[in-house]
Design a protein around this ligand. Structure first.
Ligand code: CA2
Length: 156
């Protein structure tokens, strides 16, 4: 886990799930050549440019992801999550996101709708503010932009 210092608009929790630690090492035709470290740096830079801090976490373990989402309550103002294959299987992650009542953006590097049928369904999408698929790693920057707007003070 990496964290930036406290920032004026609070912290975004950036979660990557199972096998995303392998980014940039295999299957570049699907996921590109950026590494997990590259992704975390670009998402953190986008968060900082918008006035947020960032905490980045990757885990291959479903329970660790649930724990991180729970810990976001009180420590983060929004969540960006690429839950990897757990997207398509995990009621536990869906319940965790719904339970913390923070705006969450679901990101997928690949266009899951152009891939196997089992990747077309997400348990998380109904409890997320927005879903970004197929934009490559730029999707994480787009997710910051969504949270930037969602967390902006209401105009009167
Ligand atoms: O497109 C995405 O971002 C996914 O969340 C990636 C998951 C996949 O299960 C989802 O359906 C879509 C898989 C991540 C595995 O990443 C690897 C990267 C390089 C080499 C092997 C796996």
């Amino acid at each position: 886990m990496t964290s930036t210092p406290a920032a004026s608009r609070g912290t975004l929790l950036i979660i990557n799930g199972p096998n995303l630690n392998l980014l940039g090492t295999r299957e570049p035709e699907i996921y590109g050549r950026a590494t997990l470290s590259d992704v975390e740096h670009l998402a953190t830079a986008a968060a900082e440019a918008a006035g947020f801090g960032a905490t980045c976490l990757q885990s291959n373990h479903e329970g660790a992801l649930v724990d991180a989402i729970h810990a976001a309550r009180g420590s983060a103002v929004g969540i960006i999550i690429n839950a990897g294959a757990y997207t398509h299987t995990s009621v536990a992650l869906r319940d965790a996101i719904a339970g913390v009542e923070l705006p969450a953006v679901e990101v997928h590097i690949s266009n899951v709708h152009q891939r196997e049928e089992f990747r077309h369904h997400s348990y998380l999408s109904p409890v997320c503010t927005a879903v970004i698929v197929g934009a490559g790693v730029h999707g994480y920057e787009l997710a910051v932009s969504v949270l930037d707007k969602a967390l902006a003070p209401a105009q009167s």
